[in-house]
Design a protein around this ligand. Structure first.
Ligand code: SF4
Ligand code: SF4
Length: 124
């Protein structure tokens, strides 16, 4: 895990992303999706560094997907450092962020609270 890359504006975990060997995170300008990312455009327009700092309960762009939405809600509730602590511990315990292309163990949820519990405990 490259903890220093943190969490992208949209809630994806740059620190664990399989692209992070050639992309240095959301604000590096190297993200292949930067030109169409609605969350990037909107948060920059609002003067916010990240969607988890926004007061709106939003499902625009990547936030329509359970993983970035769940990570964003988690960071809003408990803080981004707690999220990074949990992701780091879970990775050490074998939880895989990108197992097949962009899908991994955090994508396998339909309910927000179940995903939040999984982030907290690392156990399904
Ligand atoms: S591709 Fe996107 S999610 Fe992955 S490291 Fe780059 S900015 Fe972060
Ligand atoms: S409105 Fe949505 S996309 Fe825009 S900054 Fe807030 S959470 Fe992000």
């Amino acid at each position: 895990m490259k903890r220093e890359l943190g969490i992208a504006r949209c809630g994806l975990a740059c620190c664990l992303c399989s692209e992070n060997t050639r992309c240095n995170g959301c604000n590096s300008g190297e993200c292949p999706d930067k030109d169409w990312c609605e969350n990037r455009k909107c948060s920059i327009k609002k003067g916010l560094a990240n969607c988890f700092l926004c007061e709106e309960d939003c499902s625009k762009g990547l936030l329509s997907k359970i993983k970035p939405y769940g990570f964003t809600v988690f960071a809003k509730r408990y803080g981004v450092e707690t999220l990074l602590d949990c992701l780091e511990r879970n990775e050490k315990n074998g939880v895989v962020y990108h197992r097949e292309e962009i899908y991994g163990d955090y994508d396998d949820f339909t309910g927000l609270e179940e995903l939040i519990e999984f982030i907290k405990s690392g156990e399904k």
